[in-house]
Design a protein around this ligand. Structure first.
Ligand code: ADP
Length: 610
């Protein structure tokens, strides 16, 4: 009777696992199914075991025929249990159901037929009961047959473990190891102390261990989630790669269009009539560039890959940049640009000035786009509390306005309002969606007030930290974008595998009166530097065959005494790329298509300082 304690404990454990297991959401898989069967079979084994022990204790002789039949049921359930475990191990070893469905189905059928045959044999063969000191032992051919067939299944399990030894790190084998140890233990205990009936408790403990290692539904769900996440990450990375390539491919021809048209615009021999056409080319290609940038930005934001990079910055510089860019966008449109600056804004703030610039410029550009005549009023005010400066930036226009019921659609991607009226105005409907997402990332807000037909007012509120002891130096305060700025006698090396890009570069650099050397590969660039040619600046493309720009830079840096400012000059303009290049050791970044203003800024920053 003492052995009954083990069985009763095992039964309680079984009840607990079963309640916990079935109360949880489970992943649908063959393994989970087999595990559920294992749980059920364990119950039947325990049930038969306990009944046999109780009947033996009560009235052994009277119940002898019943005990014999129960013993056969008990044997059958043990055989079924070990068969299920074997199926489980084979499945986790070879993933047959996934890898070879036909074979799996065939084996399943054979298994089923074998099991039925084994059970019939167990029932046909005799079992004997032997009573010693009130403890009943069973023996006979039926039991021997069970031991042999169970032994064969155990061997298959061991075989799988041996053959798949390499994947042993996989914790799926943990319970299998424990099982083998426990079966051996059971065998020894049965020999040494036959009154201890440990088979069913051991079966329960194995089921328990499996629950805590591999069949825990939470862990399974987490695993599934991890698999789904890694697949999603892969798809996302593929999308990012695709976008980055697409950006590169579109920018390369655009570089030629923008570059040559900028150069043509400055060509004194160009007839006046063609100048306006060249201007149109520049405007159209810049528009196209904006669309490419918008799509890239948006997909980055959606993929959660757009990072806000906070740095110290001079607010006045941001303001001046915004005004000069707005003026450039205004062109000769008859609009009155009114600006009002708040002098109390601290000089240096901490935040992502590039993103704030993008947000405000977008709103300003919209105001210019959607206002035919009248004014655009751009102002900033501030509210300072402790170390935080709340910037309140507003852009008001006397433009076409927005219908009240349409305002909620403003920030939806690809939503353009008043399509019939705006058909002639270029746009994608991405600008404000990006603006809103960026502001969300920076904990900012945007509000819109508008009267249809009269005008709109966009207000952005954003908090920035105040920097009392700035560490930034060397800030180019309002770089003057002059057309006739020159760097006579300075020498620049342009490295690009694309001949058209080289032609564009030389055409644009010509106006600065610099000496330009062109090479088509990283190796040639290294050779030039090793030869000792003294350059004031290197513009280095990244995506080149054989040696990339990044590798070239690494090799350049190994050259003794190398201190030439090197600028990543690339058509890869996906957001965050600039930071990547700076991290790689480039001094700055210039995207293709090369904008003359940006080129001037780079030349001023690096050549003048030289
Ligand atoms: P896009 O300008 O490229 O179409 P946006 O997302 O910047 O895309 O703007 C979405 C829509 O909101 C525009 O198509 C336009 O109908 C409307 N809109 C934005 N700004 C203004 C404005 N200042 N005045 C009138 N309508 C505006």
């Amino acid at each position: 009777m003492s052995s009954l304690y083990f069985q009763v404990c095992a039964f309680f454990i079984w009840v607990l696992i079963t309640i916990v297991y079935f109360s949880k959401q489970r992943v649908k898989s063959l393994e989970t199914r087999i595990y559920s069967y294992l749980l059920f079979i364990t119950f039947f084994s325990l049930f038969f075991d306990i009944t046999i022990i109780v009947l033996t204790y009560l009235e052994p002789i009277e119940y002898l025929p019943v005990i014999k039949v129960l013993n056969k049921f008990y044997f059958s359930s043990i055989l079924m249990w070990i068969l299920m475990l074997c199926k489980y191990v084979v499945n986790i070893s070879y993933d047959l159901e996934v890898n070879n469905k036909k074979l799996y189905k065939k084996l399943d059928k054979i298994n089923f037929l074998l099991y039925i045959t084994f059970v019939i044999i167990i029932f046909i063969l005799p079992v004997y009961i032997y009573n010693e000191n009130g403890i009943m032992y069973s023996y006979g051919e039926s039991l021997n047959f069970l031991l042999i067939s169970a032994g064969i299944y155990a061997l298959i399990i061991v075989g799988c473990v041996v053959l798949k030894f390499r994947t042993l790190k996989n914790k799926k084998y943990m319970p299998v190891f424990i099982l083998i140890i426990l079966i051996a233990l059971n065998f020894i205990v049965n020999r040494v102390s036959p009154d201890l009936l440990l088979t069913t408790p051991i079966m329960t403990y194995i089921v328990l261990i499996m629950y805590h290692t591999i069949e825990n539904p939470d862990m399974k769900l987490i695993n599934e989630l991890n698999i789904a996440k890694s697949q999603a990450d892969k798809a996302n990375n593929a999308k990012s790669d695709f976008l980055s390539n697409m950006s590169h491919e579109i920018r390369t021809p655009l570089n030629a269009i923008v570059g040559f048209s900028q150069a043509l615009k400055e060509d004194d021999d160009l007839p006046e009539s063609s100048k306006s056409e060249v201007n149109d080319i520049i405007m159209a290609s810049n528009g196209l560039l904006e669309i490419v940038n918008g799509i890239l930005d948006f997909s980055k934001i959606e993929a959660g890959k757009l990072e806000i990079i906070n740095k110290e910055y001079y607010f006045a510089q941001l303001w001046n940049d915004l005004i000069s860019l707005t003026k450039a966008r205004l062109g000769d449109k008859p609009l009155d640009l009114q600006v009002k600056y708040d002098e109390s804004i601290p000089k240096v703030l901490y935040g992502d000035s590039a993103r704030i610039k993008q947000v405000i410029l977008n709103i300003l550009t919209n105001s210019i786009k959607y206002t035919k005549e009248g004014y655009v009023d751009f102002r900033v005010s501030s509210f300072i509390k402790n170390d935080i400066c709340r910037l309140i930036i507003s852009v008001e226009d006397s433009g076409i306005g927005i219908k009240a019921e349409k305002i909620e659609n403003l920030f939806t991607k690809f939503q353009r309002l008043d399509e019939d009226k705006n058909a002639t105005i270029e746009g994608t409907g991405l600008g404000l969606a990006i603006t809103k997402k960026l502001l969300d990332l920076m904990n900012g807000q945007i509000t819109v007030q508008s009267k249809y037909g009269e005008g709109s007012k966009f207000t952005v509120i954003i908090d920035q930290k105040i920097v009392h002891n700035p560490t930034i130096t060397n800030v180019v305060n309002n770089p003057k974008i002059e057309n006739d700025i020159t760097f006579e006698g300075k020498r620049i090396l342009v490295v690009d595998d694309n001949k058209i890009n080289l032609k564009v570069a030389i055409r644009l650099l010509r106006s600065y009166k610099v000496i330009v050397d062109l090479v088509e590969s990283g190796q040639e660039c290294i050779d030039k530097v090793v030869e000792g040619v003294k350059y004031d600046l290197i513009l280095l493309d990244d995506m080149m065959p054989k040696i990339s720009g990044i590798e070239t830079l690494k090799k350049l840096k190994k050259i003794e005494g190398f201190n030439i400012p090197t600028i990543a000059f690339t058509a890869n303009a996906i957001t965050g790329v600039k930071e990547k290049y700076l991290e790689e050791g480039f001094d700055d970044y210039l995207s293709k298509p090369m904008q003359k203003s940006e080129l001037t800024e780079i030349l001023q920053k690096f050549i003048n300082n030289n």
